[in-house]
Write a protein that binds this ligand. Structure first.
Ligand code: NAD
Length: 248
């Protein structure tokens, strides 16, 4: 087991990539605080994990609200005694163009994706510094690197902001034994991507050298690597998980 007795917080854990990340970390021996706004799915996942002998706690928390995030982190600490890993995965997308996007859509996407990542990172740093150990892994997107034609213009900038935040925190926290990295997925089969038309799916698959859509588990294994001590000399990296659709 790569993460035996490690404690992780995973945001957006109720479904999709976050759920796959939570289950992968559990498989590798971590105890996981599951964070989301969707209470029912969160509770169902916690029960499922516990039935299989894993340890999890469920926290209904809107990551855009720093007071809720602080309370969640305090409670996770009280439950598990330490916080080794934070996976900032929760995110939202809106479709549209610069003409159709509303100010509210822009604000919400930036608030969840970028400010939420900031709120959760800020809330765990003191603990990780004291431990002189921590792994922060941010789920970004290919859209932060190359832009995106179908998402409303807030999404790509929120992810580019996450990439810059990752590098900033990697520099600021390196001397405390904290690694900060990101993954940049593309075209992963989840409820977020289920909005694509059949035509758009075909177009996307045709643009991916490996010739298929990604699975949540493809992202989860990359997150696991960055969360493990196998990646201890890596920080400030944004790892592409995109089937070769973008290479940098
Ligand atoms: N699916 C893809 O193709 C793809 C590609 C690139 C990047 N990503 C990124 O991966 C991450 C996960 O995506 P997914 O496809 O699993 O999405 P998803 O919509 O299936 O799941 C996102 C989860 O985040 C939760 N969430 C939303 N707002 C929240 C908030 N304010 N506080 C707490 N939780 C909140 C949702 O309830 C949901 O459970 C996102 O950051 C997304 O931008 C996804």
């Amino acid at each position: 087991m790569k993460l035996k007795d490690r404690v992780a917080i995973v945001t957006g854990a109720a479904r999709g990539i976050g759920k796959a990340v939570a289950l992968t970390l559990i498989r590798e021996g971590a105890k996981v605080a599951l964070v989301d706004v969707e209470r029912e799915r969160l509770e169902a996942l916690k029960e499922d994990i516990e039935k299989k002998g894993g340890q999890a706690a469920a926290f209904v928390c809107d990551i855009t609200k720093s007071s809720e995030v602080l309370a969640m982190v305090q409670q996770a600490l009280a439950n598990f005694g330490r916080i080794d890993i934070l996976v900032n995965n929760a995110g939202i997308i809106r479709r549209g163009t610069i003409e159709t996007v509303t100010e509210e859509d822009w604000d919400r996407v930036i608030a969840v994706n970028l400010k939420g990542t900031f709120n959760c990172s800020k809330a765990v740093v003191e603990t990780m510094k004291k431990q002189r150990y921590g792994k922060i892994i941010n789920v970004s997107s290919i859209a932060g690197k190359m832009g995106d034609i179908t998402s409303a213009p807030g999404y790509g900038p929120s992810k580019a902001g996450i990439d810059a935040l990752t590098k900033t925190l990697a520099r600021q926290l390196a001397s405390y034994g904290i690694n900060v990295n990101g993954v940049a997925p593309h075209a992963i089969e989840t409820e977020m991507s289920a909005q694509w038309s059949e035509e758009r799916r075909k177009e996307i698959i045709a643009s991916i050298p490996l010739g298929r859509l990604g699975k949540p588990e493809d992202v989860a294994e990359a997150v696991l690597f960055l969360a493990s001590d196998q990646a201890s000399f890596i920080t400030g990296e944004i790892l592409d998980v995109n089937g070769g659709a973008w290479m940098d």
